[in-house]
Design a protein around this ligand. Sequence first.
Ligand SMILES: [Zn+2]
Ligand SMILES: [Zn+2]
Length: 303
Amino acid sequence: MRWQNPFTTEGKWYKANLHTHTTTSDGWADPPQTAELYRRAGYHILALTDHWATNDVGGLSRRDFLVISGLEYHPLCPDKPEVNPHHLVAINVPHGFELTARQRRDANAAIRAVKAAGGESLLAHPLWCGHRYDHYSYLKGYVALEIYNATCDKIARSDGQTDWCYLLDAGRVVGGVAVDDTHGPVDFFAGWTWFKLDRLTVPAVMEALRSGCYFSSTGPRIHDFRVHPPADTDTPRGTVEVRCSPAEFIYLSAQTYHGARRKAESGKAIRKFTHPVGKDWAYVRAIVVDHRGRRAWTNPIFL
Ligand SMILES: [Zn+2]
Ligand SMILES: [Zn+2]
C-alpha cells in the first residue's frame, strides 16, 4: 500500500475516535449511547474496541456516521513475564472475533490474525503500560501508534511522541493516531483523528488507516502540509509548508536532531511555517501547538 499525504489527496475530512470502551467491558455508556454521544458531537467514525470483546454494531451507523466493530487485545510481552501485556487495538474485526490461546501468547501472531480477519491493529499507549522501545520493537504489522490517549492523560502518560520518534527513526512506516480510549465521561472528545476519504465506508477508512491518509489532534486544525519541489539552488530538496489554525508553535520533526521550529511572538499567533527540507532529512512530520498547549500531528512525509 502506497503511503498517502491526506493534504494532497482528493476527498472530504471525517472525524474519528478509534479507541472506545462501552459497558461491554469497562466503559461508562452502552454501545448505542456511546455512538449517539459521538455522533451528536460531530464525529463521523467511531470504532468500538472493548477489552477482549466485540460488539454487534449493526444498526448503530447513520447517514454520515459510521460505527466500526473492533476490540482491544492484550497479548503477552514474551520472555518478559515481569512486564505488562501489550495493549493493541483491532479495528474492523467481525462481531464474535476471538484470538486463540497461541495468539494470546504471541502478539505478532495476533496482529496477523486481526489482518486475516480484515482488520488492522494500533499499538496503544506503550508509556502507560511501562513499555520501553525494546519491549515492543519486535512487533510487526500494526499500522499506527497512539500519539495521544485521553484516558492515559489522567496520569500524565498520554504521550506517544518519544515512541513515534524511535519507530520512525528505525525506518518503520507507522502513523500516529490521537484517541479518547473512552472509559468515563471525562475521556470523551479529547483526542481525535481526521481521515481524508473519497467516501464514508469501512473499506475507505481501512485503506486510509493503512496508507496514513489522516492527521491527529487534541485541538488545532491542520489545513495543509506538503513538500513543494525545489524552487532555486537554496532549496535543493524543496520546501516544507504547514498551514494551520492559530498556533503558538509549529514544529517540523525529522529523524534524531533534525528539524525546525517557528514560535509566535508574544501575544500573537502563527498560521503558517515554511522551511527548506534539510539535506539529511529522511522524513518530516509537523506538530502544531496552540496557546492552550493543545496539539495536532501530521503523519510523516518520507523523503
Ligand atoms: Zn489499553
Ligand atoms: Zn482501551
